[in-house]
Write a protein of this length. Structure first.
Length: 617
């Protein structure tokens, strides 16, 4: 019986899947693109439809359709299987059918609610005008499916029940609230819960921001209060009205684990090499609209360890777009501490005083201003340094104490000792106080560790390392030569006299390629007929794709492939001779060190050494 993984592979084409993420262009029998996992100007990312693999010859990443989606989506392997199984129409059962059905139902209800909110916004000119006044374009409002929840107790509830959903199901999605007075520990009142009068809409008189998970499923909402010209009719004393209200925690939504916008921006986080993290949907939307595509936002919570674990998979560089006035800095302190603990390189946006990011971006008229804003982000310690100097003038003892008290707590959090020394020296010169005194003072500072809730569901990614294993130059040359022979079997005759110079690590590959009767490059069918091990087939497929890449590069620079092949053979021979010379030299040194008198063997070694030197030259 075929395994689910094989069934998925058989039903999906690697080119089709990768083209959903990247713009691929034809390159002979293959496809190529700019690699999404590192910055480059010339495409070195190749995809082979015949071998169903991909490989980047710039950064070394490669694999099959599973490894690509895992790396691109930054998800665990089992999540990758779920995504690809759905695309392939293969059924998997990692969860109980009941839980799967509940999740599917909630996402379905959220989708219906989202469509409902969008239609309501389209008919509310006042709410639409407010969003445009805040700087949002109609295209952005449509792209991110913003909506409006009318000031009515049960408008959404009535709509969803008319679509066939039960009040309990709608409540499970967090869209309606069950009145407290209808709850009972006993069973007597339970039968009355399906009565619509026992429920009311959670979101009323609010502008609605749909929230998607990383895979693009609509899992929740944030609602911003908007009264317009009319006071709220429905809110009395039942609840405290907050400016923003989020969907409560459900089996698909947890605001401590969701990053707003990630489903759209994740591919940009790789290519940009940094992530801008902001607070709230408006900051995100105006950032995206202004051309900042490497951006995510938290929703009603400060950044969590879970958020940072996800972002760490995309980049080590984090730019904070938080409100960093005195009050905002204190609120952001925990996020910064968590990011420092995870060894992010942190920068902070420099915003004009009395403006948050949304206000600033809504007033920008030229794109270059946005680029300057990002480019001029201050490294976190530079930001703290400027803030420290503004605390007090250092011309008296009290001023010096105030500056030191503020800044030393920041220095204390630095992990790298060289960073600590640098900033202590700078503070010492500024305050005209010996560094030793500051070091004594910093020892007395005790820092409260950020409280981190241990979550057993926090993602613990275990990707196989994509870093190339350290290889000798001899092995690198040998593999390149074998790749050429796979591409053009006529080269095998030329390589016959050089076989002894190949390292033992590639002996099996060399033998397979040399004995093959194929007059064309070794196809997947050829390899299957040879009953080879999976790892060997994988390596040959990668070398075959590398040969296609090498061929394109040689043609691009007008280099004759046959001449390049001959040069590689000579380089391989020279490298093998150098290795043998080192071995002989080591043996001669051992003779001399131990005072051995086996002159015959020593004479033989010296003869071999001189012969190889002449051959090398």
């Amino acid at each position: 019986m075929i395994s689910p993984l094989e069934e998925i592979k058989n039903k999906l084409e690697v080119v089709e899947i990768i083209s959903q993420y990247l713009k691929l262009e034809k390159a002979g029998a293959n496809y190529k693109a700019l690699c999404p996992f590192h910055k480059e100007k010339t495409p070195s990312f190749f995809v082979s439809p015949s071998r169903q693999i991909w490989h980047c010859f710039g950064c070394g990443a490669g694999g099959d359709v599973f490894s690509f989606v895992s790396k691109m989506e930054n998800i665990e392997f089992k999540e990758t299987i779920k995504i690809l199984a759905e695309k392939a129409g293969v059924k998997l059962f990692y969860e109980s059918p009941e839980i799967q059905a509940q999740k599917k139902k909630i996402i379905e209800i959220n989708k219906e609610a989202g469509d409902f909110f969008q239609r309501q916004l389209a008919s509310n000119a006042e709410a639409g005008a407010y969003l445009e006044k805040r700087g949002l374009k109609k295209e952005t409002i449509k792209e991110f499916k913003l909506g409006w929840a009318p000031d009515d107790w049960r408008l959404l509830l009535n709509y969803l029940t008319s679509r066939g959903y039960k009040p309990e199901e709608i409540s499970g999605a967090g869209l309606v609230v069950l009145k407290e007075e209808s709850l009972s520990i006993g069973t007597r009142n339970y039968k009355y819960q399906s009565n619509l009068n026992n429920y009311y809409d959670r979101f009323r008189a609010r502008i609605m921001f749909p929230i998607e998970d990383a895979s693009g499923n609509l899992v929740g909402f944030t609602g911003r209060i908007f009264q317009g010209k009319n006071p709220l009719k429905t809110i009395k004393n039942i609840e405290t009205v907050g400016k923003y209200v989020n969907t409560p925690q459900t089996i698909v939504f947890d605001k401590s684990k969701i990053l707003y916008g990630l489903s759209k921006t994740k591919s940009h986080l790789f290519s940009a090499g940094a992530t801008l993290m902001v607070e709230g949907q408006m900051d995100f939307l105006l950032g995206w609209q202004s051309g900042i595509k490497n951006i995510v936002a938290t929703s009603g919570t400060s950044s969590t360890a879970y958020h940072l674990t996800i972002l760490k998979r995309y980049s080590n560089n984090l730019i904070l777009g938080f409100d960093m006035d005195e009050a905002g800095e204190k609120a952001a302190e925990r996020s910064i501490d968590l990011a420092l603990a995870k060894e992010f390189n942190i920068k902070v946006l420099r915003l004009p005083k009395e403006k948050d990011l949304a206000e600033y971006l809504s007033g920008i008229k030229e794109e270059k201003e946005v680029k300057e804003l990002i480019d001029n982000a201050a490294p976190i310690m530079d930001f703290y340094w400027e803030r420290a100097k503004a605390v007090a003038e250092p011309n008296n003892l009290e001023g010096k104490k105030a500056v030191a008290s503020y800044f030393l707590t920041k220095v204390k959090k630095l992990v790298n000792p060289l960073d600590r020394v640098f900033w202590l020296d700078k503070l010492s010169q500024y305050l005209n106080i010996e560094r030793r005194a500051l070091e004594d003072e910093i020892q007395r500072i005790s820092l409260e560790k950020p409280k981190t809730i241990i979550d057993e569901n926090e993602p613990q990614y275990e990707f196989a390392s994509l870093e190339a294993i350290s290889k000798s130059r001899q092995e690198i040359l040998a593999e390149r030569i074998i790749a050429f022979m796979i591409k053009d079997p006529s080269f095998k005759k030329e390589a016959e006299e050089y076989k002894k110079h190949f390292p033992p690590q590639v002996s099996e590959l060399l033998k397979i390629v040399m004995v093959s009767n194929s007059q064309e490059d070794l196809t997947p069918d050829d390899l299957r007929r040879m009953n080879l091990e999976e790892e060997t087939i994988k390596t040959i497929n990668e070398l075959a794709l590398r040969a296609d890449y090498e061929t394109e590069m040689l043609e691009k620079f007008n280099v004759n492939m046959k001449e390049e092949f001959k040069k590689q053979l000579k380089d391989l021979k020279n490298e093998a001779i150098k290795i043998e010379l080192k071995r002989i030299e080591s043996e001669i040194s051992a003779f001399e060190k131990n005072g051995r008198k086996d002159s015959g063997r020593l004479k033989e070694l010296l003869g071999d050494f001189n012969r190889l030197v002449k051959e090398l030259n």
